[in-house]
Design a protein around this ligand. Sequence first.
Ligand code: MLT
Length: 228
Amino acid sequence: MPESSTKEVVELNISKGELSATNVRPDAEFVHEFIRGHSARTLLLLHGTGGDERDLIPIGRALDVNASLLSPRGKVLENGMPRFFRRLAEGVFDLEDLKLRTHELAEFVTAAAQRYTIDSERIVAVGYSNGANIAASVLLLHPGIFSAAILFRAMVPLIPETQPDLSSARIWIGAGRFDPIIPVSQTERLAQLLRTAGADVTIRFFRAGHELTSEDIDAGHEWLMALP
Ligand code: MLT
């Protein structure tokens, strides 16, 4: 992190009245970290199952040394492990909960853009696994929130009832050719779904499983640096 970066850690504390000060509905508040950067871009960091708001901070910095970083903690607990939405089994999602959590996250991002005076046109989602799945869900249900997204090990979260317009979104997907959780065909279906909605989608397959590799991060960084 550059030395001059400021770090603001925000804990949910209804009793201290912090929420009313920011006009965020209590349901749409998340424990999160915000680290102000030196450019107009903000990376929204979304961790995987069992992670927290600190997990992806180093990865965010490796992807873009100058961006602001906004990193919420998923509010659903699965055996004590934070996630962004409930699942019924591995890869089988509770769709009602997923939709609700997707709306909450979109609301949180919109309110955080105001709270921290960040450019809402330059928010890039960076998600890993469960975090990539909710990022994809926000793209499909709230297409105006992210200008771009980096999805590490993502799958199709849901099929939207109405086709979103993602014609101005740029999306990079990093997949593991040997991922035991996400078959190659799932990644291709997700890319197809996003392309049908008009998004500019790049997919990279790595010689990896579900885990994130340094090749993913290097390739994601290169792609992000080439964005306008
Ligand atoms: C999910 O539940 O979002 C996916 O199965 C990925 C995971 O969290 O393991």
